[in-house]
Design a protein around this ligand. Structure first.
Ligand code: GTP
Ligand code: MG
Length: 211
């Protein structure tokens, strides 16, 4: 996938600031510091479009990046960062929930976990929540360059078991080496294609009713 044009289009600090639903959206969620912004940069082939930091809690707004006038990548603030006040965590919890639950144009959520660790409580809650609301989700285990190849299968199994997901719902990724880039792009494009087809079918049905 070769991306030509990307631009940060909208930065929202509250639900009121969300842009209108237009293009299909792919959202990136996960614990603070897991590598959401890095994944966005590496998928788009840009070094520092989305701001990253070794200090957790870098992304504090919802950011919409427009990709080739075709889709949006939506970078969400990470959860589970202890230094953020309870009040702010609560506020953000609600904003993120509203986004994930109500967003018509949301086609796929990429839930990121660190390949080195078993998913935590926050990850499990997020996964259950997404499943409950029927939001299509792909789990991406990040930082795969930080473990040996021989450990990949073992770590994948732990992640799958803790989150209760099947084999095809998990991919490994490294923003350092870009390993996994083609597979993740393929999933994103497949999902967008499927949603276009579903919309066309729905339109057909509507037309046949009115014919
Ligand atoms: P918040 O915005 O704070 O929620 O964090 P984030 O999930 O956006 O994480 P970010 O992309 O800022 O990355 C956090 C740190 O992990 C940075 O120091 C990155 O360089 C590093 N990092 C991210 N992905 C990878 C990876 O695949 N491999 C390695 N080795 N480091 C990574
Ligand atoms: Mg970030």
């Amino acid at each position: 996938m070769n991306v030509q044009n990307v631009a940060l289009k909208v930065v929202a600090g509250s639900v009121k600031q969300f842009p209108e639903d237009t293009l299909p959206e792919i959202a990136f969620v996960g614990k603070s510091n897991v590598g959401k912004s890095s994944l966005i940069n590496s998928l788009l082939g840009r070094k520092s479009l989305a701001r990253t930091s070794s200090a957790p809690g870098k992304t504090r707004t919802i950011n919409w990046y427009e990709v080739d006038e075709q889709l949006f990548f939506v970078d969400l603030p990470g959860y589970g960062y202890a230094k953020v006040s309870k009040a702010e965590q609560l506020k953000w919890g609600k904003v993120i929930e509203t986004y994930l639950h109500k967003r018509e144009s949301l086609k796929l959520v990429l839930l990121l976990v660190d390949v080195r660790h078993a998913p935590g409580e926050g990850d499990q809650m997020m996964m259950q929540w997404l499943q409950h609301y029927g939001v299509p989700t792909l789990v991406v285990a990040t930082k795969s360059d930080k473990i040996k190849r021989s450990q990949h299968d073992k770590q994948k199994k732990i992640i799958r078991e803790v989150l209760g997901i099947s084999k095809e719902d998990l991919l490994l990724y490294s923003s350092e080496t870009k390993a996994g880039r083609d597979e993740v792009w393929q999933r994103i494009l497949n999902m967008i294609q499927e949603s276009v087809e579903e919309e066309m079918e729905a339109d057909d049905q509507e037309n046949s009713v009115t014919d």
